[in-house]
Design a protein around this ligand. Structure first.
Ligand code: UD1
Ligand code: M6R
Length: 671
């Protein structure tokens, strides 16, 4: 996994060879996290006008070290040259966007002159929109990374300010402007030719630490940034280290500060007579000064689509890919395919020992958890129970220290889910978050968790977050389940299924027109029932939720096994009923449900696996929605897509607001 290390010496003479050794050593300390390429940047000369040097290599640290010394030898760069102040940055990369290759390694750069350089841990979920904007402004990209937009955006902001005559923009102002445009999880270090001997660090959702050596006794472990400002009145030589992992700092200093989300730490020489060193903490966002107007971004955001819900449904192949990036390991000649969830790695043992796993959420997030429950039970062998957050609170249901509670929330801010989290924390359970919103209350207050990285979801009806939630929870089941030999074939089949899932979703999206036609048929109906079971009970609940919340048509999702215990009384030749009957262990039971509905002259719409149309409609006529088959636990991801499309088209045809349905809000922050 990615690792960040940076070193800045102030007022203490360090030779170039020393700085290189220190940076390489920092990278070696991060090696244990796993990586596939690495890079560093140091200064070429003392003069501000010279471009910093960047070295990047695929492979291990030693390959990088060898290539750096070779290049240094070839250019006659003096290794003995001393710098009294120098800022160096380094990075180990775990490929997510683009293969392991020097061009995709970090530091990523703004231009051939390396005016702005960035090392990055995390995932920028809106990089495509930013890239498109920057390309329109003449930038050319050399990597496939999400990171490359960051230094280029910094240069764009810097150049714009200069063109407008604002020569006084500080490095931290540039970075704050950059941050305003970034979505996703990240830890970043910036180095710039325009701000020599300065470093900026900032983060949102990804860990980052600052270590300070040779501090006076007044700044101690865990000191607040107000305490650190004390450094500005102190001219003593110092060394500063940034790292994403404490293991790279401990050999240098015990004085470590944990940087918080949305904080910007700026290391810079104060240009005063005394040339003191200062750490400046900036938490305020400076006003926007560049011409990246929100309607340009908005336009690009919606792209060719008329509504956000429509766009979000259609971008699911990409959002699913992003949710899985860097987390699925293909295995090799002697290695098994596996899953790596960095945020849970250190907690897996505790989770495996828990007496019970409790999923807690509301609405769509609850449905996604329900879809993932069977596979989690199967792979972990741990009992999994389901809680709707408000109901858990109403009952004050039992939660124990031996429980692992998993809080599922797209926004990370839903009041009921948050109160349930508070309740679980009070009761001593391990609290795991699964959220799409970096820095949200759920992400901050859980002990550990997984970000969905599905990109910002704007439509009130949750679509792409739902499918990413299922995929993340299937990966979670694989991670908790461990690597027992007996389940290896099953696990590998699921991992293969995950790799193929985005292309299968692309295939099912081709049903768009067919769903529009179906919507035309259903436009005047009062009600729609959806029957599902097993993995697809969740599809029935979620499909009905989508239809009712946006198209304002009454719709109920029901467990097919319960049909004869009441709902069957509703069935006649007029009421449309959707039956989910794709191939899995419940298939034959669903066939019998279909026959029973036919016997009552039910008006059936059957969702089945491609090629099964003839066999599912035995005993009467029905309309069929054929979908591609995937691994059973992933089938809910495929099956929900036609129902999302149906809900969307019904809403547009009925003339209602798709993105902001009546009476609803995206984030329900009251009880
Ligand atoms: C990390 C990197 C990513 C890299 C991946 C490779 C970050 C943000 N992400 O992702 O660049 O591609 O490794 O495997 O650096 N957390 C909570 N509660 C929540 C959600 C998250 O506590 O509800 C915590 C996690 O425990 C973790 C941190 O937030 O400590 C980041 O989570 P996540 O983005 O999911 O991390 P990784 O998947 O490890
Ligand atoms: O942000 P959350 O996932 O916690 O939100 C939970 C529900 O409010 C949400 O899923 C709601 O049901 C959606 N509007 C459904 O599309």
């Amino acid at each position: 996994m990615c690792g960040i290390f940076a070193y800045l010496n102030f007022n203490v003479s360090r030779e170039r060879s020393y700085i290189l050794r220190l940076l390489f050593n920092g990278l070696r300390r991060l090696e244990y996290r796993g990586y596939d390429s690495a890079g560093i940047s140091i200064d070429y000369a003392h003069e501000a006008s010279t471009a910093p040097l960047v070295f990047r290599q695929e492979g291990n640290i030693e390959t990088l070290v060898k290539s750096v010394y070779q290049e240094v030898g070839a250019t006659n760069l003096n290794l003995e040259e001393s710098f009294s102040t120098h800022a160096g940055i380094a990075h180990t990369r775990w490929a997510t966007h683009g293969e392991p290759a020097p061009r995709n390694s970090h530091p990523q750069t703004s231009d051939p002159e390396n005016q702005f350089l960035v090392v990055h841990n995390g995932v920028i979920t809106n990089y495509e929109v930013l890239k498109e904007t920057l390309v329109r402004h003449g930038f050319t990209f050399e990597s496939e990374t999400d990171t490359e937009v960051i230094p280029k955006l910094a240069k764009f902001i810097f150049d714009n300010a200069n063109e407008e005559g604002d020569k006084s923009m500080t490095f931290s102002q540039v970075v704050l402007e950059v941050m305003r445009h970034l979505e996703g999880a990240y830890a970043l270090i910036f180095k710039s030719q325009h701000y020599p001997n300065e470093l900026i660090a900032c983060k949102r959702g990804s860990p980052l630490l600052l270590g300070v050596k040779e501090l006076t006794e007044q700044t101690s472990n865990g000191a607040s940034f107000n305490d650190v400002k004390y450094l500005s009145s102190n001219g003593q030589p110092k060394e500063f280290f940034f790292s994403s992992d404490a293991s790279a700092l401990v050999e240098h200093t015990k004085k470590v500060l944990v940087i918080e989300d949305n904080e910007v730490v700026h290391l810079k020489v104060l240009l005063t007579v005394t040339k003191l060193y200062s750490i400046i903490m900036l938490v305020t966002i400076v006003p926007l000064t560049i011409k990246l107007t929100s309607n340009i971004v908005e336009q690009i955001n919606k792209g060719e689509y008329e509504h956000y819900m429509q766009k979000e449904i259609h971008e699911q192949p990409e959002s699913l890919t992003t949710s899985m990036r860097g987390r699925l390991l293909r295995g090799g000649s002697c290695k098994a395919k596996s899953v790596l969830l960095g945020g849970l790695k250190d907690h897996l043992k505790t989770i495996r020992r828990s007496r019970r796993i409790v999923f807690i959420g509301c609405g769509t997030s609850y449905n996604a958890a329900l879809a993932s429950r069977p596979i989690l039970e199967e792979l972990s062998g741990i009992p999994v129970t389901m809680e709707i957050a408000s109901d858990l609170l109403d009952r004050q249901g039992p939660i124990y220290r031996e429980d692992t509670t998993i809080f599922v929330s797209q926004s990370g801010e839903t009041a009921d889910t948050l109160l349930a989290l508070e309740y679980a924390l009070e009761n001593g359970a391990l609290c795991v978050g699964i959220t799409n919103t970096v820095g949200s209350a759920i992400a901050r207050n859980t002990h550990c968790g997984v970000h969905l990285n599905a990109g910002c979801e704007i439509g009130v009806a949750s679509t792409k977050a739902y499918t990413s939630q299922i995929v993340v929870m299937v990966m979670l089941a694989l991670a908790i389940g461990g690597d027992t030999l007996s389940s290896q074939a099953r696990r590998e089949a699921i991992i293969d299924g995950l790799f193929e899932l985005p292309s299968k979703v692309k295939e099912v999206l081709k049903l768009d027109e067919e769903m529009k036609e179906l919507a035309k048929l259903l436009i005047a109906e009062q009600s729609l029932l959806v029957f599902g079971r097993g993995y697809n009970y969740s599809t029935a609940l979620e499909g009905a939720l989508k239809v009712k919340e946006v198209s304002l048509m009454h719709s109920e999702g029901m467990l097919a096994g319960e049909m004869k215990h009441g709902p069957l009384a509703l069935v006649d030749e007029t009421l449309p009923v959707v039956v989910i009957a794709t191939h899995d262990t419940c298939f034959s039971k669903q066939q019998s449900v279909i026959q029973q509905l036919h016997a009552r002259k039910g008006r059936l719409i059957v969702m089945c696996t491609k090629g099964d149309a003839a066999s599912v409609c035995v005993g009467g006529s029905c309309r069929v929605i054929e979908v591609p088959q995937v691994e059973d636990c992933l089938q809910p991801v495929i099956n929900i897509v036609p129902l999302q499309l149906l809900a969307y088209h019904l809403t547009v045809l009925r003339g209602y607001n798709v993105d902001q349905p009546r009476n609803l809000a995206k984030s329900v922050t009251t009880q």
